[in-house]
Every structure is written in C-alpha cells, then in structure tokens.
Write a protein that binds this ligand. Structure first.
Ligand SMILES: [Zn+2]
Length: 536
C-alpha cells in the first residue's frame, strides 16, 4: 500500500464569517486530523496555515511553502476541509486541481466536498463538486485521476509506455520494467560501435541493410511486439534509414536511464501531443539494464555534434573532421582534395578564406597525421608515467592499506559466520539425540541467530566501505585507463582521434596546438604529484 505524505492546509480569511465556528482554524485542523485517523495510508508531515488570507489570490505564504514542498517531493498529498480553502478563484483553483497537482502526482482531498483524486469512486463526486462549486465548463475529470496515477508511476521509475524502444521489451515479471532484448540489443551495440569508429548514420543504415537485418519496425512486427503508429521513418520499405539510426544513437534509454513525460497533453482540452522541454522530462537513472555504457553514449553525442557541423550530407567522416580549428579566425577547417599529376593530395583549409580576412595556411593531411600521431604517443606516454607516480602517492597507499584491512576483516567475519552456521546446524541434532534440553536448545539457537545477524551486518558495512574506496579510485583512474588503451597505437584512425583529442588548433604552417581530452583531470593529477614532491 502506498503511503501518502500529506500536508494539512488551513486557510481562514478576514472576510470569512467569524461567527461560523466550523471554519475556525482549530476546527479545520480537527476535521482533517479525524479524517486521517480513518485513513492509515496517509501520514501528515506538515501543517500549513494561512490565517487572514483571501481565497481569491494564491500568493499566500503558507500555501507557497506547501507548494515548495510539493516541488521538492516532500509531500504528495494535500488535504483541506473543503475546496474553497484551496481557493475561491475558478481558473487558478482549476489549474492546481487539473494541472499542477496531477503533474506532481499529488493526491488532493477536500473532505467536505468528497473530493479525493486517489479514489476511483469519487469520480462522479469530483465532477459534481467542481461543477457546483466552480460553475465551470471544464470537461470530465477522469483525466485528473489517470494522469496523476501516471505521473506517480513515472516518478517511481516505472515504465508506462506501450512500445518499448528497439533493444528492449517489457519484462515478463514486471510490466513496468524494461528488459533487454538480446538480439536487438546486439544490433544497437553494433550501431554505436560503428558510429564510434567513424561511420556516418547513412553508411550504418546501408551496412545493416546489406547484412539483411530487419529494421526496428519490421523486427517488432514480425516478432509480434507492439510498435508505435507513425513512429519509425523506415516503415515504408522496411529498410533501415539514417533517421532511424540517428534516433537510436541519441536515445539515452540505452544507458539505463528512463526518460518519460517527453510528450504530454499540456492542456487537457488539447488532445494532440506536444514535445515538452527537456527540463520537464522525468528522468530515472539506472531504471533498467544498460545496453550502452554511459561513456560510449557521451562519446557518440560528441561525435554527432561534430558531424552535423562538418559533413551533414557526407557519407564518410574524415579523420580530423570537426576537430581542426583555425587559430586565425576560429572557424573549423575542412578537407579538400587536390589532384596533381594523377595523384590526389589532401589538405585541410579554413573555410573563411583570404577574401574574408583569414590568412591561415592550408595544411597537408599527411603532415598533420604524422605530427598529431607523435603528439598523441608522447601524451599517452606522459599519462602512463603519471599513472605510475599516482600509484605511489601517499593517498593511494593509505587507500590500499585501508582496502586490505577491510578485506581481511571481511574474511575473518565470514569465517566466524560459517562456524556459527555449522554450530547452528548441529544444534538440532543434539537436541533430537537428547544431548541438549529443550530450553538449552532454544537459548543456543537464539544466541547463534543473533551472532549470525551481527556478523552479516558487519560484513555488509565493511563491504560498503571497501566499495567506496574502490569506486573512488576507479573513478579517478578511469580516464587514465582510457589513454592506456592506446599505448600500442601505431597509426591514427577516426576512433582514436575522437577518443583522445578535444581539438587541434592550426597556429601556423608548421605549428599546431593539440588539446587532449580529460585535460582538467590530467592537470589535477600533475598537481597532485607536484604537491607531493614539494611536501617531501
Ligand atoms: Zn581561418
């Protein structure tokens, strides 16, 4: 049963009839308290009183505080004596009831008006009450309830869509959870891999078509999986298209993050779906198993960002596309083919050109490749020695000592736990064979159970500490590993360039300035080492 964290909201206006005892602050509170007593699924977590404020305006201090709690997720239920306590102004009251509360999954209860948005049976009452009190032409109110229920599910990270994206299906055990569709997931992984290796969306689509792979739409259709109407761009001929590839490459769902509420009927009168701004999407990290590592996903976003700026229509993306920057004017440099005596030469040049005041030289691709390769090799070499130095820092040593201590203590506790379990198992035999009296048996049994629990808790805590240390270290060393993978690099390819280099500035005919990725982390590591040296 869901427990609702409720705010008691009480409002008393100066203009309210003071002789009407039932509207007093005291009475409003008591009425709500009595109601909650009979509803064990509601827990009052705050009490907000606006004494002396009109119901026409919503700019009341306690009400605003309450709404902040709603935004912060501290409360998900609002209880008032009657609807007019919330407000007396139709449009604004309606906005809270139909838009704001449902959007935040807030259950709204107006006791004397019989309004409770969490109860199906109150549907008619809700409609009647609203109509009588607000005399408004708002349409039927069932949508308030379904939408609030959906919003609550989204907040919990439950999947509520009808058609999971390609690569996932609904879990058999839990319909509100996405499970990996192994076959399609491998295709998705291939798509990301090809992108990282430098392929364009179009060439990926061509490759998949060449391999005879079914497009997502075809695949879903032939496997009896639900597919959205009008969802896929490839639905006409059942073949993969660049659009479908791009959609897959941009979908964060593959990293295990659930994004919902991308579209919504912003107004209950409007039936068409409109895309909501990213800030209003409801995100749940680690909602389901990831198909693509976060790191790879981010890399692909970076690549695509560069691709769109450089070669939107090109089939192939060149080695340095999107990375070369003209120092003179700040423009990006593009690749150019120059045939000379039957041989093709490749150059990168600034698109601004002399006419527009840029004097940047054009630079030969082969020269650039040799030069960049040398720089990359020496940088990777630097990172490797940095890693060795880091491994010998005090901090690392302390962490390593702590880790081995924790590990030893875990082992010791596990040994004790095994012994306890063994004794516990032989206890019953001893009791049955008459060695132990019933009382002794009970006593020992409880003792062993207690010991076992204590040991298990201790192991759990130690394991958490150990994980903390290891995560910390691994987070810091992740970028180093990233560079170390390229230790044996002998030639540049698009993948290496993208993964290692942030940008290359062409500063002169034979001068370049390479900014590597993880520059900040690199600097930080260097300063750790420098500080240590100075401290010695
Ligand atoms: Zn330029």
């Amino acid at each position: 049963m869901q427990t609702w964290k409720a705010a008691k909201y009480v409002r008393l206006s100066y203009t309210d009839d003071k002789s009407n005892e039932s509207d007093s602050v005291q009475n409003q509170k008591k009425l709500i308290d009595d109601f909650v007593k009979n509803n064990p699924d509601i827990e009052i977590v705050s009490e907000k009183v606006d004494d002396g404020y009109s119901g026409i305006i919503f700019d009341r201090p306690a009400f605003k505080e309450m709404m902040e709690d709603v935004h912060a997720g501290k409360i998900n239920c609002v209880i008032v004596k009657d609807l007019s306590r919330l407000g007396r102004e139709h449009t604004e009251t309606g906005r809270y009831l139909r838009r704001i509360f449902p959007a935040y999954g807030v259950r709204f209860i107006a006791i004397n008006d019989n309004i409770d948005t969490a109860k199906d049976s109150s549907g008619d009452d809700l409609a009647v009450s609203l109509k009588s009190i607000m005399n408004d032409a708002y349409c039927r109110d069932i949508s308030v309830k379904t939408r609030s229920a959906l919003a609550a599910k989204r907040k919990n990270g439950d999947y509520i869509g009808a058609c999971p994206i390609y690569g996932y299906r609904k879990s058999d055990e839990n319909k509100n959870q996405l499970a990996v569709d192994e076959y399609a997931a491998r295709v998705v992984q291939d798509i990301f891999r090809m992108k990282i290796e430098g392929a364009s969306a179009l060439s990926i689509a061509n490759e998949l078509n060449k391999q005879g792979l079914q497009s997502p739409f075809e695949y879903k259709k032939s496997n009896g999986l639900p597919c959205p109407s009008g969802g896929y761009a490839d639905k006409d001929n059942g073949r993969w298209s660049a659009t479908t590839i791009i959609r897959i490459l941009q979908d964060e769902t593959y990293t295990g993050t659930l994004l919902q509420g991308k579209q919504g009927t912003s107004n209950y009168k409007l039936k068409d779906l409109s895309t909501k701004p990213v800030s209003e999407w409801i995100r749940t990290d680690n909602a389901h198993e990831a198909i693509i590592r976060k790191h790879d996903f981010d890399l692909v976003q970076r690549i695509m960002h560069m691709d769109t700026r450089t070669a939107p229509d090109e089939d192939k993306v060149y080695l340095f596309s999107g990375i070369l920057i003209c120092e003179c004017c700040g423009a990006r440099m593009t690749r150019q083919t120059v045939p000379y005596k039957g041989i093709k030469y490749y150059y990168y040049r600034c698109t601004t050109g002399k006419k527009n005041g840029c004097n940047a030289p054009k630079i030969k691709e082969s020269d650039l490749m040799g030069c960049v390769l040398d720089l990359v090799k020496s940088h990777v070499g630097n990172v490797v020695s940095l890693d060795e130095l880091l491994n010998n820092t005090c901090e690392q040593n302390i962490n390593r000592k702590l880790a081995s201590q924790y590990l030893a203590r875990i082992k010791e506790n596990e040994k004790q736990l095994a012994t306890t379990k063994k004794y516990k198992a032989s206890l019953y035999e001893n009791f049955v064979s008459g060695i132990l009296s019933k009382d002794d048996y009970k006593l020992h049994k409880n003792q062993y159970a207690e010991d076992g629990e204590r040991l298990e808790n201790a192991i759990l805590l130690l394991q958490q500490e150990l994980d903390g240390i290891q995560n910390n270290t691994s987070e810091r060393l992740r970028w180093i590993e990233h560079f170390k993978k390229f230790e044996a690099l002998t030639a540049l390819d698009r993948k290496a360039v993208i993964q290692l280099i942030q940008s290359i500035k062409i500063t002169g005919k034979s001068e370049i300035e390479v900014t590597f990725r993880y520059q900040d982390e690199y600097q930080k590591a260097v300063s750790i080492i420098t500080d240590q040296r100075e401290a010695v």
